[in-house]
Design a protein around this ligand. Structure first.
Ligand code: C5P
Length: 222
């Protein structure tokens, strides 16, 4: 019942305006992907970590992790294709934790909760409640409000029984591109549980997220 972590790092970071993709940039001196990798590789229940990277990202991965990389393989044009390719490259495992490289701050307690939840369902994801008011806002003009009660913000890692998520990806035939793997698992009819996520687990997406993360780290260290 081997637990393998799959880090997807093949994005080009278009929302950050070009340059080195966000997952290879440093936060307080340490590359984002190295923080995610360390959190997974150092967890006692995680047996191996596989990384999916984009075309011509080999040098960036080597700069970030050096010879600590266990295995890696090429990603695809979308996050979904990158995950599928990574699962195919891993081939077999008992359980898999699929994680965005762009989420560097991953508490061990979240991994514990996810793995425990797999005893009760085929999948588990970390989620946080929505605290802000939600409203449609196209072109900056407000439309209808969306009831926030019962909604959740979804994070990664997302944990699955390996054979189930591999088959779900192979059979995916949805129209809209899924932005996470729980959607793929649910489309295949699997039960997916939500466990408490963590505010630290936010995805670094925009330039300002880097400054905010460094400020938080600084506040913790002083
Ligand atoms: O773009 P987004 O923030 O949704 O990407 C989430 C994660 O998926 C990132 O770690 C990114 O590197 C990865 N990704 C990928 N292959 C793609 C697009 C995104 O591995 N084609």
């Amino acid at each position: 019942n081997r637990v393998v972590a799959l880090i997807v790092a093949a994005g080009s970071g278009s929302r950050m305006g070009g340059g080195i993709p966000k997952q290879y940039r440093k936060v307080a001196g340490v590359p984002v992907i190295a923080r995610a990798f360390d959190a997974l590789v150092s967890h006692p229940k995680v047996d191996a970590v596989h990384i999916v990277i984009g075309a011509s990202q080999e040098t960036m991965l080597a700069d970030a992790l050096g010879d600590r990389v266990m295995t890696s393989s090429p990603g695809g044009a979308t996050r979904r294709e990158s995950v599928r390719a990574g699962l195919e490259a891993i081939g077999s495992a008992g359980r898999v934790l699929i994680h965005d490289a762009a989420r560097p701050f991953l508490p061990a307690t979240v991994i514990d909760r996810l793995i425990a939840a797999l005893d009760e369902a085929e999948g588990a994801i970390p989620a946080l409640p929505v605290v802000d008011t939600l409203v449609r806002a196209e072109g900056g003009v407000l439309g209808d409000n969306v009831e926030r009660e019962g909604l959740a913000r979804v994070q990664t890692p997302q944990a699955f029984r390996f054979d189930d998520i591999l088959a779900a990806h192979r059979n995916w035939s949805g129209d809209a591109e899924p932005t996470d793997d729980a959607q793929v698992a649910r489309a295949a009819g699997h039960k997916v549980l939500a466990v408490p996520g963590d505010a630290m687990l936010e995805k670094l997406t925009h330039e300002a997220d880097f400054a905010a993360a460094e400020a938080r780290l600084g506040a913790v260290m002083t």
